[in-house]
Design a protein around this ligand. Structure first.
Ligand code: AMP
Length: 458
């Protein structure tokens, strides 16, 4: 299932084996996997297969058993990764939303990476319904402090101290922020759920694989339910892909919550995005306002894609129709992981979004996603206009001709030149010289800060 043989080699001598703690519950899906619960300790016997490590459970339901475990479900016992208050990739605004959400009380807190200063940490605390943020600063000797008069050798000690007294903080630290990912902590790994726990409420749209509904899960949580047309996908194939999708967690990616795969139609349950697809959203806002250079940055697609890039994951169908808009116009990338089937089923390629090497050689890399990102920028800056306007059935040959003769799509009206230049970089025929998403992310941030932009008028 994971593409590895379970011969359970033991390359680490016992003294070098590190102890890890489980961050989430995990239910074994094959005989080779190990089930464990949050807080169980595990000894890692072999890290060589990459995403799947071989471990021996030292406590919990699988005590003394050995098997494969998903590497990102555990953290070294002494690292702060294992701490319930450590939310490394959480942005300041998301931290605020998470802390004011139901389930947190006065003093609820989390520690996250600082958005402004790479390598620094920040403490976010809930006080009387408002969230306050403190920088965790470092002395030359590595000790950490909120107030310079009270430094601590480790972050853990700092947290422990402020849970006993406020001493300068707005409030004494209470319980760590609830780790919900939008749902209860305990349901994060209840992967296969009962179909009866979902009530389909209203149809939201229809896509390649079937219809999409707004649903109510357990009578309490609104979710999006994607139903897969019978026969459109083999459940085993889908579950393999779902294993990967489940591990991808980022504030700019739609979170997969659960699936119903024991009978057809298969349900894929994800977080609900109230404002539908970015394409529909753009088209309905046409003319309402001129989009500025900071729009693509604000919508954060590049940051979600930079995360996928880091995880060595390829989207394959990045387009405005596959970006969803939620409350407060927050955008998230959707439909990653499903698109491998599109190609397999022989369905039509979205030619206008696909890089030449994708159409020509069926070869997809993160750099072909970068090409599609360029087209997505074009869609954003034209309020959802069809790319290559006037070309209803554009052929591959025509796209390659346009690219080779540097006749790529011209700068849309009112689109700042800097953004058009970024699009053109994404459409370089040689994929090697297309930017990475990491570069695109900082370029968009940097460009958005430039005040003196001269928009092109045609
Ligand atoms: P898709 O099958 O992904 O192409 O989705 C078809 C349509 O359903 C989209 O254009 C959206 O309008 C809607 N939709 C899909 N996923 C969601 C979601 N998570 N939240 C809200 N609407 C969605």
């Amino acid at each position: 299932m994971h593409g590895i043989q379970c011969s359970l080699p033991l390359p680490f001598p016992p003294l070098l084996r590190q102890k890890y703690v489980a961050l989430f519950d995990y239910s074994a899906r094959t005989e080779e996997d190990l089930s464990f619960n949050t807080g169980d300790t595990l000894e890692i016997l072999d890290k060589s297969p990459g995403e799947w490590w071989i471990a021996k459970a030292l406590s919990g339901v699988s005590v003394s058993k050995q098997g494969y475990i998903p590497a990102n479900y555990v953290a070294p016992v002494e690292s702060i990764d294992a701490e319930p208050w450590y939310f490394p990739d959480t942005k300041r605004l998301d931290a605020e939303k998470m802390l004011v959400a139901e389930g947190n009380n006065q003093g609820a807190f989390l520690i996250r990476n600082s958005e402004t200063q790479k390598g620094d940490l920040a403490l976010s605390v809930l006080d009387k319904g408002k969230v306050k943020h403190y920088k965790l600063q470092k002395l030359e000797n590595g000790h950490i402090y909120v107030s310079k008069t009270k430094p601590f050798p480790t972050i853990k000690e700092l947290v422990e101290y402020y849970t006993t007294q406020a001493n300068g903080l707005c409030v004494r630290l209470g319980e760590p922020c609830q780790k919900t990912y939008g749902l209860s902590y305990n349901t994060v790994d209840a992967w296969e759920i009962k179909r009866t726990s979902i009530q389909l409420q209203k149809k939201l749209g229809a896509g390649q694989f079937g219809e999409v509904y707004e649903g109510l899960w357990n009578g309490t949580t609104y979710v999006a339910v994607k139903t897969l047309k019978p026969g459109s996908m083999d459940p085993t194939d889908f579950l393999r892909e779902a294993q990967i999708m489940k591990k991808l967690r980022h504030s700019k990616l739609i979170q997969l919550y659960a699936v119903c795969t024991t009978e057809e139609p298969i349900y894929i349950i994800t977080e609900l995005m109230k404002n539908g697809s970015l394409l529909e959203y753009l088209q309905s806002h046409k003319g309402a306002t001129v989009l500025g250079v900071d729009c693509p940055r604000k919508w954060g697609v590049a940051s979600g894609m930079a995360y996928l890039e880091l995880q060595n994951y390829i989207h394959r169908d990045l387009a405005a129709r596959n970006v969803l808009v939620g409350e407060n116009n927050i955008c998230k990338v959707a439909d990653f992981g499903l698109n491998v089937y599109e190609a397999k089923e022989g369905t039509k390629f979205p030619v206008k979004w696909t890089a030449p090497e994708g159409i020509h050689e069926n070869r997809f890399t993160i750099k072909s996603d970068v090409w599609s990102f360029g087209i997505l920028l074009y869609e954003i800056m034209t309020f959802g206009q069809m790319p290559y306007p006037g070309e209803i059935h554009i052929s591959l040959r025509k796209i390659i001709f346009l690219v080779r003769s540097v006749l790529m799509m011209s700068c849309p009206p009112h689109c700042p030149t800097v953004l058009h230049n970024i699009m053109m970089d994404c459409w370089k025929e040689n994929e090697q010289i297309r930017p990475t998403f990491e570069t695109l992310q900082w370029q968009l941030e940097e460009r958005a800060e430039l005040k003196s932009l001269v928009p092109k008028t045609s």
